[in-house]
Each structure stands twice: as C-alpha cells, then as structure tokens.
Design a protein around this ligand. Sequence first.
Ligand code: HEM
Length: 143
Amino acid sequence: MKLRLFLTALLLTVITCPLIRAEGGGATPLEKEMKTMNKAFKQLKKQAADASQNASSLTLVAQMAKAADTATSLVPAKAADLPEKDRAAFTASYQAKLKDFSAALAKLEAAFKAGDNAGATKLLTDLGNLERADHKEFRKPQD
Ligand code: HEM
C-alpha cells in the first residue's frame, strides 16, 4: 500500500515537473529582449510629452534600440512551427521589419533631441502600430 502511494507521488512529480519549469523562468532570449523593450516603451508613453524628461526619454529610447538590435540576431519561436522551406523567408522578413522598427526609433531619438515632444508623442503611436502588426505576423498565436 505504501509502495503504491510512493509510486503515485513519484508519477505526479514526473508529470507536473515540466509544467512548473514551463511556468517559471522559461523565457526565450527573444522574450527577454521584448520584456526590456516593453518596460522602456511603457515608461516612454508616460513621459514623452514632458520636455523636462527628455534626457531620461533618450536613455529609454537607447534601451529599446539595443533590445531591437539584439533581437535581430534571434529567431522567433514561431519559425520552428513553419515548414522548413518557409523558415528562411520568415526570418528574413522578421529582420527587415525590425530594421524598419529601428529606423522609427531613430526618428524618435531625433525628436527628443530636437525638443519636439509633440512629434515624439506621435511617433510613439506609430511604434505601437508597428508593434501590433509585427506581433501578429511573427509571434506564435497566443492561447
Ligand atoms: C514597442 C515595441 C514592442 C514591444 C513593447 C514588444 C513587447 C513584447 C512583449 C511584452 C512580448 C512577450 C514577451 C514574453 O512573452 O515574455 C513580445 C514578444 C514578441 N515580440 Fe515584441 N514588442 C515590440 C516590438 C516587436 C517587433 C518590432 C517585433 C518584430 C519585428 C517583435 C516580435 C516579437 C516576437 C517574435 C515575440 C515572441 C517571442 C518569441 O518568439 O520568442 N516585437 N514582444
């Protein structure tokens, strides 16, 4: 009887262990860059209109640019779900879109440097639109 209890407990541990691992700390390297991007972007949206924060805003833009740059050398998890023949084109398209995103970030940097806070606010909306479109294309469908 005790042995059966022990074996049941062992079985449960074996079954649930991968689930626990998937929940905690299982972020892909790309997800980590995206988290950095997300944190900086959220803060930027709060302070972009405030010219007295422009030095800090420039630091946040630089954090996003660095994350976007690192992300270019990574491959989205969705690539593994595609047929082998489609993967190279998918990755090339992902890299091209990140390049466009980086170009938009460079415009945002220029706006803050020029003290154009109204322009910067508008550019943040553009970046948000790029984020939405690119996630639709390159992220695995969310469950
Ligand atoms: C304002 C810009 C962006 C923000 C704030 C942002 C934010 C995020 C966040 C929060 C995640 C989820 C991370 C997690 O699950 O822990 C994510 C995932 C992802 N993002 Fe972004 N993102 C941005 C732009 C982009 C762009 C421009 C691309 C591609 C051109 C992109 C591609 C992806 C992909 C592929 C994933 C899934 C991660 C994976 O496959 O491993 N994102 N992003």
